[in-house]
Design a protein around this ligand. Structure first.
Ligand code: RUQ
Ligand code: CUA
Length: 652
């Protein structure tokens, strides 16, 4: 096997060597050319270049057709991008403080971020992987976005009413996740499955007891749509074998009620390079087959309702033994160190890319269901989980190329697979499983997305390659290269590369692309609304109600902001006082956003029209602190200022 990896590596190096070229600067033409033809000649643009530009150019004042919600990788954020223009519209603060949105700098967003603390630690970054839009009947409904943090096993809820993060739920049982945050077709559940096995509930157990005590987990977070929050108390989980579960997808239509999870390292390799053992990398690549996990979550839900769960750290968990006995979990072989598992739009099949295999394997749900119903097993694994026969579970395999990862779909029966080592997007037919075309991308493509691609009815017009190394594409910015999105038009017979979009922050994993007209964001908050609770804040302050109230050493300041002043604009407290600012923006017209900071205090808020924010801090250092509005809100923006004074104790 090792040989295989080396061979694939060398082949990809070869491809890179051939493809590599240095970008040359394009000549400017500042109005010298009189016609488009002249302009093209002057700038050295081909007809294809101009055509691509015309297909993606969105003139000022016009809107894009789609919005992409993209993983911001290590930035901990989510990007909102217009397509086809590929213009960045917003970096949504999710797991990481975001200063422009005043998220995590003293305001109510602090509590959201703190909700994601794990093991008593403040975690201020995330490895954002897979944003998923809420669905109704298997179609994106434009209401919510869920996203997971692989590094710290957390899931966040973003409300698309205001594009703001409302909740972060930490998974208290596992140490990392990857199969998330996938939704069931009506968003009953947000699914988060673990990645690197560890003892559930985080006890210390020697690694030599890996097989007995280390486990994986499939978490089913119950989503309360009316509240717009995950209901932690109604959520539950299924214990899984320590097979390093990878990506997951929820069934739909025919396969609704099921969840599919890939795995690698069914060898259960545990490394030990210093002790002369093989590294996990090669230890985990011995078997020709790993296991696709097939979970009947509707059946599991009944078991949970019947109380057939074990309590681990307050979470209801269906034990592995129970899952095996009750027919909740089945395994099927899958070739070799697979990565993505992607359910087809009709819900009838699941495509699995075999990272170290050249195929995409097409599993057929009806066949699997029949094997399960007939209890026709090939055997059981060491944990008693029934195994279904591989050949009897699949419809066939598509010969894709080197390193197939993820697959998305169009509306014409085609699949598009990202091929990592070859650096191509492979378009192939679901009908005869034959590759139709490959288009090179720059360079290593990881994830891929399609317009409305994870719904029951993809649109079929765009695919985006999410590439990890953009060597030769852009001007150099040091040894860390920009991550690159490439928009591909899939409407014609041939795929057409349209535009590059370097994203400038962390490594993009998954994204989803929704029809713009499905999104209905608000322009202003109702007066005094606290966006975190979604209700009028009890401390909301209207014009004329501003006041400073002292209660012992606590000072409550009821404040308002409106063009171009804060009321009060002078606040004086004593050293050691606990200060609680309650600030309401009295603005109700679109775009009248103010910011608020008290210098040197690490306090920074965004006050969109109508919004209410609360800030609590201890005034521990005497001094004179300017406070001012940080958005250039009006001609008198610079005058939108005041003073926060902290009187030393001794001078009372
Ligand atoms: S995923 S491409 Cu394949 Cu979480 Cu990263
Ligand atoms: Cu308000 Cu500047």
């Amino acid at each position: 096997m090792k040989k295989g990896i080396v061979a694939l590596g060398a082949a990809s190096a070869l491809l890179l060597a051939f493809a590599c070229s240095k970008p040359t600067p394009l000549k400017p033409d500042l109005g010298a050319s009189k016609s488009v033809k002249e302009l093209m000649a002057a700038r050295g643009l081909s007809e294809a270049d101009v055509e691509a530009a015309l297909r993606t150019y969105v003139p000022t004042g016009k809107s894009d057709d789609y919005m992409i919600f993209a993983s911001g990788g290590q930035s901990g954020q989510v990007l909102a991008i217009g397509a086809p223009s590929m213009r960045l519209l917003k970096v949504i603060g999710v797991f990481t403080p975001e200063p422009w949105q005043g998220y995590g700098y003293g305001g109510d967003g602090n509590a959201v971020l703190a909700g994601g603390n794990q093991m008593g630690k403040t975690i201020s970054w995330a490895d954002v992987h897979h944003p998923n839009l809420s669905e109704t009947n298997g179609d994106y409904d434009g209401q919510y976005l869920f996203v997971n943090d692989k590094a710290n096993a957390r899931v966040a809820v973003v409300d698309l009413k205001d594009f703001a993060t409302k909740q972060i739920v930490p998974n208290k049982l596992v140490m990392s996740d990857h199969g998330g945050a996938f939704v069931t077709p009506n968003t009953d559940y947000v699914i988060e499955t673990s990645q690197y096995p560890a003892p559930l509930g985080r006890e210390y157990v020697p690694i030599t007891e890996y097989k007995d005590k280390y486990r994986g987990l499939a978490m089913f977070w119950k989503f309360d749509r009316a509240a717009g929050r995950i209901d932690v108390a109604k959520s539950w989980a299924i214990e899984l074998p320590p097979y390093t579960q990878d990506l997951a997808d929820a069934g739909k239509l025919d396969s609704d009620g099921f969840v599919f999870i890939n795995s690698f390292n069914t060898e259960m390799a545990i490394g030990g390079t210093l002790e002369g053992k093989p590294p996990i990398e090669s230890g985990a690549s011995q078997n020709d087959m790993d296991y696709l996990h097939v979970i009947d979550w509707k059946k599991a839900e009944k078991l949970v309702a019947d109380g057939k769960t074990t309590d681990i750290k307050g979470v209801k968990v269906i034990s592995l033994t129970m899952a095996a006995q009750e027919g909740i979990l089945h395994l099927i072989g899958e070739p070799k160190s697979p990565h993505g598992v992607d359910v087809t739009p009709d819900g009838k099949e699941m495509v699995v890319g075999g990272k170290l295999d050249t195929h995409a394997t097409v599993y057929n749900f009806a066949k699997i269901k029949k094997l399960i119903d007939d209890k026709k097993y090939e055997g059981k694994d060491a944990y008693g989980v029934p195994i279904l026969n591989f050949q009897e579970s699949i419809r066939g395999q598509a010969e894709i190329g080197m390193g197939p990862l993820h697959t998305v779909y169009d509306n014409k029966g085609n699949a598009y697979t990202s091929v990592f080592l070859e650096s191509v997007v492979a378009k192939w037919s679901l009908k005869d499983l034959k590759v139709i075309e490959k288009v090179p991308v720059h360079y290593n493509i990881g994830h891929i997305l399609a317009a409305e691609g994870d719904t029951v009815s993809p649109d079929g017009n765009y695919v985006v390659a999410m590439n990890k190394m953009s060597m030769d594409r852009f001007s150099k910015v040091g040894p860390l290269y920009p991550q690159n999105f490439q928009l591909i038009d899939t409407t014609g017979d041939k795929m057409r590369m349209l535009v590059d979009m370097p994203i400038g922050i962390g490594e993009p994993h998954y994204s989803q692309m929704i029809k713009m007209d499905k999104l209905k964001p608000i322009s202003v908050y109702p007066l005094g609304e606290n966006p975190i609770t979604g209700k009028k804040d009890p401390s909301a302050t209207l014009a004329g109600q501003e006041k400073i109230v002292r209660n012992g050493t606590t000072v409550d300041v009821y404040m308002t902001a409106i063009r171009s002043h804060f009321t009060p604009d002078r606040i004086e407290v004593e050293e050691g006082d606990t200060v609680k600012l309650h600030i309401t923006s009295l603005e109700q017209s679109e775009d009248q956003t103010h910011g608020f900071t008290i210098n040197m205090m690490n306090i920074d808020l965004s006050l969109e029209p109508g919004k209410h924010e609360n800030v609590t801090f201890v005034a521990d250092t005497p001094g004179v602190y300017p406070m001012y509005c940080t958005e250039f809100c009006s001609a008198l923006h610079l005058e939108m200022a005041g003073y926060f004074l902290v009187k030393p104790k001794a001078k009372k």
